[in-house]
Every structure is written in structure tokens, then in C-alpha cells.
Design a protein around this ligand. Structure first.
Ligand code: LRH
Ligand code: MN
Ligand code: MN
Length: 426
């Protein structure tokens, strides 16, 4: 389904005067404080986040899955859903594909569909954590498996994903390894790391020169004793050993509780080793909840590190990839993604407002209270009118979820695709 532009504009018109009032008030305040409001709006407009193809349907848990209805049945319909998100939020213009869930059956038609919707192909994701009819099983690992034949097969799969990505114009490969062991003694900790390094190196060699390798880490699940790449340090070590276009991908859910993720981000940025993000939120583990729904302050602090890192010349903003990686059990996935895109934009905007000169002065003088006040001043501010203004200027909806509901989009998708339609993915 496609949204009518006239209806969207009509809807925006009905909200326009209250937005004008709110935006005018905030813009005035910010200008008085010495901020360049137009500059801020332009930065918000330019910040775009990729949506994962696997987050457009109901994910469920291992205990059950409750279909949402109207889920995209193939890659074209996934692109259509991202097109809807783009039209409403103007916050996403690319998709991150997962192979084999999204193997295009017809490249020309996928490309023309993507083009017509203004969507490009972000980093590709390989999958060696499931069996899908290939000769060797990944039950006991893939790139770090003790058997060379299994490792070769897993490397070949990644090379195939690169080939698919090349045809679509992608510029990156994300590797997440489920490899590890469930019990002490099951695997050689050192050898499995070494084999993983060798396999990653082969994959790296198969990448075009203008591609980057994004290497995820995760402390546990699906293996519960040891994971070969459990943390950013191991990921960084492997990346450094394979080549300078290999960098560490931070998935916010892939940390033990209470980990200081902003510090990890700062350390990676310090070394120019941050590949990008998988945004989500978590209370306990890899919960894949809506970004910013549980720990909005953490998200803000992460953006503070990213902005200061790029302004200080540690790592260029443009070198970082931005992606969501979420799973939906109870919410309509499209509504959930709209909430995530909004929360990411809000956190980014708040971090832009931090008075960095003042903060640095407080740090240098040992003014602990002053430093905290500095962060709180930006974090506590309601920046939604700024984010809304950026969205309206790009032609998006003043209130994306409001318009989505008013237009009965899910109901129409169910009519079009059926109540039982099921999307591929987790
Ligand atoms: C692993 C992970 C990884 C996968 C995705 C489906 O937990 O975060 O990024 O590719 O989930
Ligand atoms: Mn992830
Ligand atoms: Mn995950």
C-alpha cells in the first residue's frame, strides 16, 4: 500500500499551528543561548538510520509467536514497509538485508522497487547460526568450527552474501557469530579463536576495496558457556588482525547488565575502530526492545561520545553505520520502528545541545556538579519540536504514528496480505 501525499499534507496542516507555536518557542530559546537552530535542523535531517529486513514482522520468543497480520511476505513487500516508514518519518532511507532470509529472486525488480521508494542497501548480514539445508550443520559452530569443511562452507556463504550485496550496491558485510560452546571442555577456547581469525581473514580478502566488515560481539546466547567473540575487545583484536576496513559493531543488547556502553563507544572511537550500531534496548539481555524505551539516558550518553569523538577528529561521523536491530513480540512492528527512529533522533538532538566547552571546563576544573548539570541541561530538554520540524521540512508526517493509525495502515496491510502472512526473520 502507498500513503496519499495529499492526505499526509492535510493531516500536517491540522497540526501545523500548534507545532509552529512549540517550535517557535524552542527555537527562540535555543537561539538566545547561542545555538544555530537552522544548523541543528539540517543535522537532524541528514541523520538517517537503516531498518533491518527482519524486524518488519512479529518476532516472538522461543515460547511462542503472535502474528500481527499483514506482515510482508517477500523482499518487495519488506521494501514497501520501509517505504511507508520513510514517507512517515523521513528518518530511514536504507535497508539491511539478512541472507538467506532475503535472497532476491529478481535483482532488476528489487532494484527498481528500491529506487522508486528512495531506499538503498545498507550492510548485508550473513547467517551461519541456523541450518537451512546446507551440507554441513552449524550446530557446533561455523567460522570457528573444529572441522575445516564446516569453516570453508561458512566462509563460502559469507562470500556469496558479498556477491549478492555487490549486485545491490551495498558497501558492507556484518558478521555475527553464534559460535561458542555450551559446556567446559566442549571446544578449545584458543583454537576456536584462531580458526575464527583465519575465516574472517578469508572473508575480508573477498570484500571489494570500498567495503567494510562489521564484526558484532555478544557475551552469550545461543551458546551459554563461551562465545568466541564475546566482547568489543575480542572483536577489535580480530578486526585489527584482518585489515583496517574491519571494525567493531556495537549492538546495544549484546552486553552484560550494567555494562558502561558509552565507555566502550568512547574507547572504540578513540581508536577509529567503531563500525556502527545495532540500536535496540534491553532490561536483561539481548531483549531487542524498542530503542530508548528502557535506558534513554544511556542512549543520550552514547551520542555525546559519538559527537565529541567526531568533533575532536577521533573518528569521522560519516564512517559510522546506523542500524536498528529489534524484535517485536507485542507491538505492531511498524509502530515500534517509528518509536525507535524517534527516540534515536531525540537522543542525537539532545546530545547536539550539550555545551561541550562548558563541560570540558568543568572536567578540567574538577567541577563534578557542574559537569552533571551540563549534561542534564541538554538531556532534560524537550527537543521534540526540533525533530518534528526536521521531519516536516523533509515532507514527513508531523505525527507519524498518529497518521499511520488515522490511515488504518495495518488494517489495509492485513486486507492486502492476509491475517496469517508471516515475514522471514527472527
Ligand atoms: C544476534 C543479532 C545479529 C543477527 C540478528 C538477527 O543476536 O543481533 O545482529 O544478525 O540478531
Ligand atoms: Mn545485532
Ligand atoms: Mn542480538
Amino acid at each position: 500500500m502507498k500513503l496519499s501525499l495529499e492526505q499526509l499534507q492535510e493531516y500536517n496542516q491540522s497540526l501545523f499551528s500548534s507545532h509552529q507555536e512549540e517550535f517557535g518557542f524552542l527555537a527562540n530559546q535555543l537561539s538566545k543561548e547561542g545555538n544555530d537552530v537552522n544548523g541543528l535542523v539540517e543535522k537532524i535531517k541528514a541523520f538517517q538510520i537503516a531498518v533491518p529486513s527482519w524486524a518488519l514482522g512479529a518476532g516472538g520468543t522461543r515460547f511462542g509467536r503472535f502474528g500481527i497480520g499483514g506482515e510482508p511476505r517477500d523482499l518487495e513487500e519488506k521494501l514497501e514497509d520501509i517505504g511507508l516508514l520513510k514517507a512517515l518519518t523521513q528518518k530511514t532511507d536504507s535497508v539491511s538485508l539478512h541472507i538467506p532470509w532475503d535472497i532476491p529472486s529478481d535483482y532488476a525488480s528489487i532494484q527498481s522497487k528500491a529506487e522508486s521508494l528512495g531506499i538503498s542497501f545498507d550492510a548485508m548480514n550473513s547467517n551461519t547460526f541456523q541450518d537451512y539445508g546446507q551440507p554441513h550443520s552449524y550446530k557446533l559452530g561455523s567460522l570457528g568450527n573444529a572441522k575445516k569443511s564446516v569453516r570453508d562452507q561458512a566462509v563460502a556463504h559469507n562470500v556469496e552474501v558479498i556477491e549478492i550485496g555487490k549486485k545491490l550496491g551495498s558497501k558492507g558485510l556484518t558478521v555475527w557469530l553464534a559460535d561458542g560452546s555450551n559446556f567446559p571442555g566442549q571446544a578449545s577456547l584458543r583454537n576456536s579463536l584462531h580458526w575464527t581469525q583465519e575465516s574472517l581473514s578469508e572473508i575480508y580478502q573477498a570484500m571489494p576495496e570500498d567495503w567494510k566488515l562489521l564484526v558484532e560481539y555478544k557475551p552469550y546466547e545461543p551458546n551459554f558457556y563461551h562465545t568466541i567473540i564475546p566482547d568489543w575487545g575480542t572483536s577489535s583484536l580480530l578486526c585489527k588482525s584482518v585489515g583496517d576496513r574491519a571494525k567493531v559493531l556495537v549492538d546495544l543488547g549484546h552486553h552484560l547488565p550494567n555494562t558502561n556502553i558509552e565507555q566502550i563507544v568512547a574507547t572504540l572511537v578513540y581508536q577509529d575502530m567503531l563500525a556502527g550500531f545495532h540500536f535496540n534496548d534491553s532490561k536483561y539481555g539481548d531483549d531487542d526492545l524498542t530503542t530508548g524505551s528502557i535506558k534513554p539516558y544511556q542512549l543520550f550518553l552514547i551520542f555525546c561520545e559519538l559527537i565529541s569523538g567526531s568533533e575532536d577528529g577521533a573518528q569521522a561521523w560519516e564512517s559510522i553505520s546506523w542500524m536498528i536491530d529489534a524484535s517485536h513480540n507485542t507491538k505492531d512492528p511498524l509502530e515500534d520502528l517509528m518509536q525507535a527512529l524517534e527516540m534515536i533522533s531525540i537522543s542525537f538532538t539532545k546530545a547536539l545541545l550539550v555545551n561541550r566547552e562548558k563541560l570540558t571546563a568543568c572536567q578540567m576544573e574538577g567541577d563534578v556538579v557542574g559537569a552533571q548539570e551540563c549534561l542534564q541541561e541538554a538531556f532534560q530538554r524537550d527537543v521534540r519540536p526540533l525533530v518534528k520540524e526536521a521531519r516536516i521540512q523533509l515532507g514527513g508526517a508531523a505525527d507519524p504514528i498518529g497518521h499511520y493509525r488515522k490511515m488504518d495502515v495495518r488494517k489495509k496491510l492485513i486486507q492486502e496480505r492476509g491475517a496469517e502472512s508471516r515475514s522471514t526473520g527472527l
